[in-house]
Design a binder for this molecule. Structure first.
Ligand code: GUN
Ligand code: ZN
Length: 451
């Protein structure tokens, strides 16, 4: 008689996914892939109340499920943790792929022009919805996001993320100089607006706040000091900003802060470099700065789609990961400077940038940089970025037969690492068969069909 166990399974909100699955038992930058990959060719990922409660071989776990538990089976698929985009400007979605110019020209012609529209809450709301739906189509379940200078841009973003129950980190841009007047705040108003946003959103559900001075050239020393004060006054906040993306920008910072030892030193002076600080780009950093980033436990968001599109340079993975001081690194799209929200595409571009610098990025390392390693960079280890029990049930079902060419090429793969390399080389949103957020199916590539 199955009535009671069936009721138990349904009442518990328990659900299991069955497919091949891949997670990490360690950092593939520190250990060989075969010691760090946690691969199950026929896995069960069991989820309840938004969390993963078990991950392992189906043969081991099936007998432990209550009778009648819902099991969704995916063939020709690989389940991985939900992807993390560690640096992205949601308000720049409408200038993605806007051609022309150097970084500073692109900012003026495109980014600063479109960001002025975000004083309008309707623009902010519609863009936030569009952005987050595209994230889900690309398998992104967590991101570290720049709003604009307008507080309303962050209210709209967090509200849209909350509706989707996504784990998101975001903040209002602080900039009080060297930008169009319509985009300027003041040290005081930026502080006050940030404080109010922190009170409204930080720690609410799955949301976290990042103090967000845009970059050193667009903030006065007073504003950077106020950003440091916000971090002091609230435990557990994040800090996000840009660092050493181009040589022109670095020279500008030297001219603005002639008495500081280097670009990172400006942020250090104002107490902005710590365990929850994530610096976008970091292309032009000397060894001393890498060492200080490591000492502080800070992270760098490597944004290859943006660096390639804007022609800003090649990130040096070998320098970032140099022993004995490997710096925490996450991959990021940097949309709209970046040209895609595909994290598979971003892994592909990271591989190619690494080749340019003589670094052989493995597929396991690339996946780590958008899952477990990115979680580490965002100080979210054990919370997101893995499939093991206790993690949030954020995951992606990758399609191993997403296109005719992918299906064909998979026939020549020797193992899961090669299959992953094929997906990151040939894959895009067509390879995202499903995205789960907190255990709920949030995106299905082919609605109306079986999984
Ligand atoms: N540096 C300062 N602001 C920005 C921005 O919006 N995009 C990029 N790529 N670099 C920046
Ligand atoms: Zn950026």
């Amino acid at each position: 008689m199955s009535a009671i166990p069936l009721a138990t399974a349904q009442g518990s909100g328990l659900k299991a996914l069955r497919a091949a699955a891949l997670s990490f038992a360690g950092d593939p930058f520190l250990l060989p892939a075969d010691e760090t990959l946690h691969y199950e060719s026929d896995a069960l990922v069991v989820m309840r109340d938004g969390r993963i409660t078990a991950f392992g071989s189906a043969s081991m776990l099936l007998p432990t499920l209550p009778h009648g538990a819902e099991i969704v089976r995916y063939d020709d698929a690989l389940i991985v943790p939900g992807f993390i985009d560690a640096h992205v400007h949601y308000a720049q979605l409408s200038v993605i792929g806007a051609f022309g110019g150097t970084l500073l020209e692109w900012l003026t012609q495109h980014a600063y022009r479109v960001e002025q529209r975000f004083s309008d809450p309707i623009v902010a709301r519609t863009t936030a919805n569009e952005f987050l739906d595209e994230c889900l189509r690309q398998g992104i379940t967590t991101a570290m996001v720049y709003g604009t200078v307008h507080a309303v841009s962050v209210d709209a973003f967090f509200a849209a993320a909350e509706q989707r129950a996504m784990r998101m980190i975001a903040g209002k841009v602080l900039m009080d100089r060297n930008a169009p007047p319509a985009l300027l705040d003041t040290a005081q108003s930026g502080y006050d607006d940030s404080k109010a946003l922190i009170a409204r959103w930080n720690g609410r559900g799955r949301l976290g706040y990042a103090v967000t001075p845009r970059f050193a050239p667009s903030s006065t020393p007073e504003q950077l000091a106020s950003a440091g004060a916000l971090l002091q006054e609230h435990h557990g906040l994040y800090l996000q900003t840009h660092l050493a993306e181009t040589t022109d920008e670095s020279a500008w910072v030297r001219a603005l802060y002639p008495d500081v030892r280097d670009y990172l030193g400006v942020y250090e002076r104002y107490g902005l470099v710590g365990r929850r600080s994530v610096f976008g780009h970091g292309i032009y950093l000397e060894e001393a700065a890498w060492q200080r980033l490591f000492d502080a436990g800070a992270a760098v968001a490597h944004c290859p789609p943006s660096n390639n599109f804007l022609g800003t340079g090649h990130f040096h993975m070998a320098k970032a990961k140099r022993a004995p001081r490997p710096v925490r690194v996450a991959l990021a799209t940097d949309v709209g400077g970046g040209t895609t929200l595909s994290m598979l595409g971003t892994m592909n571009e990271a591989y190619k940038v690494a080749r340019h610098t003589g670094f052989a990025l493995t597929a396991a390392q690339a996946l780590w940089l958008v899952t477990g390693g990115a979680a580490e960079a965002l100080d979210l280890t054990g919370c997101v970025g893995g499939l093991e029990a206790g993690h949030d049930a954020d995951l992606v079902v990758l399609d191993l037969a997403a296109t005719p060419l992918i299906r064909y090429r998979m026939g020549f793969c020797a193992g899961v690492e090669e299959a992953l390399a094929v997906l990151m080389t040939l894959g895009d949103d067509r390879a995202i068969r499903a995205t789960y957020v907190a255990g709920r199916l949030a995106h299905r590539r082919n609605p109306g069909t079986l999984p």
